[in-house]
Design a protein. Structure first.
Length: 365
């Protein structure tokens, strides 16, 4: 099979998955919420004030900057602005092209800035691991916020289970820093688990990759673990803030749905973002059901409209920012790229071996 046919097959498979998720989302929404008053949803959109675009865009930009903070600790000289450019542009490429398109782009960006792409891609890999952990920290934060309104037993159990998973993920990252033997054992064990679902996985290759990762990133991980986790928590809260702004913009008052309940509703189901397309459809149905339960069925149409706004801002808005950051990088790096082409020795950064590091499969962020 040629590379072109594999690429076409990958794209077709992606759109089939999107179509299946859309159908499932429709039935999930009908099942969890009931028959939707789509005319009421349309009315909520028609009454949306224009001023809401400003805070929505502002919070989105804050979220992108917070998302970019961790990588700064692993790539000396990168800076938060360039880190945001790299994250947002790579997310755009990963959404519309098959792997490893985003890795190729990231390496090109690091090289154009005369930065070490190995350090850069190591940081990207560590960020991915931390983002998996933060997904399971979110329900614990949601439970804390929900404390004043009373949490159900099921919510307690969910938060405790997620806290345990987050502890295991972060604990594994810390243990990896202790020795090569521990890094090798963790890599081999993870590879064996993955091999049950992906037959081509080589546990020994995973073990070697984790040892290499430890050697190149141990000091950076120790230095940046706490501040990067704080930044990612802020990013998740910014996500919830976009939802809160949308809820207020469609006219749902605080008396019917307090701010803390909006935050808690999203944080408690945040692990669903592990599903394809950031849980598109499934998470939305569960979120609308949770908000409707808290606010009342009379506000169901408004809450659906708010959820759609949140999705448009966090997914479509992020992709639009990706187009902008791609254009900015192309314009600002054109001279550097020409210099490197004329004098290859001007770029001291080594290449990243093909397949040495995994693709960053995070959501639009």
């Amino acid at each position: 099979m040629t590379a072109a046919s594999r690429s076409l097959r990958s794209r077709l498979l992606r759109w089939v998955i999107i179509a299946v998720i859309a159908v499932f989302a429709w039935f999930a929404l009908e099942g969890l919420v009931g028959r939707v008053d789509w005319r009421g949803v349309a009315d909520a959109f028609s009454g949306l004030p224009l001023w809401v675009l400003a805070p929505l865009l502002l919070v989105l930009l804050v979220r992108q900057l917070l998302n970019a903070v961790p990588l700064v600790y692993y790539v000396p000289g990168l800076g938060v602005v360039r880190s945001a450019l790299s994250d947002t542009t790579a997310n755009l490429v990963a959404t519309f092209t098959p792997p490893p398109g985003d890795i190729v782009l990231r390496v090109a960006m690091f090289r154009s800035w005369r930065l070490d792409p190995v350090a850069g891609m190591t940081g990207v890999t560590l960020n991915s691991a931390k983002f998996y952990a933060i997904r399971f920290v979110a329900p614990v934060l949601g439970l804390i916020l929900l404390g004043g309104y009373g949490a159900t037993r099921r919510q307690w159990l969910l938060a405790l289970a997620c806290a345990l998973i987050a502890f295991v993920l972060l604990g594994g990252l810390v243990l990896m820093l202790r020795s090569d033997a521990m890094a090798r054992w963790l890599g081999r064990t993870a590879g064996r688990v993955v091999r049950r679902f992906r037959k081509g996985t080589d546990p020994e290759a995973w073990a070697a990759a984790l040892v290499t990762l430890r050697a190149t990133a141990a000091d950076a991980v120790r230095r940046g673990l706490l501040p990067s986790m704080v930044a990612l928590v802020g990013m998740v809260l910014a996500d919830a803030t976009i939802l809160a702004v949308a809820v207020r913009a469609v006219g749902v008052p605080a008396a019917d749905l307090p701010l803390l309940e909006i935050y808690a509703a999203l944080l408690l189901i945040y692990p669903l973002t592990l599903l394809p397309l950031f849980g598109l459809g499934v998470l939305d149905a569960v979120l609308v059901a949770a908000l409707t339960t808290a606010a009342g069925v009379a506000l169901e149409a408004d809450l659906i409209a708010a959820t759609v706004i949140w999705r448009v801002v966090t997914i479509v808005g992020t992709l639009a920012l990706g187009l902008l950051t791609l254009a900015i990088w192309r314009l600002t790096s054109r001279g550097t790229a020409l210099d490197l082409a004329a004098d290859p020795t001007a770029d001291p950064a080594p290449d990243v071996p093909p397949g040495a590091l995994p693709t960053d499969h995070r959501r639009p962020s």
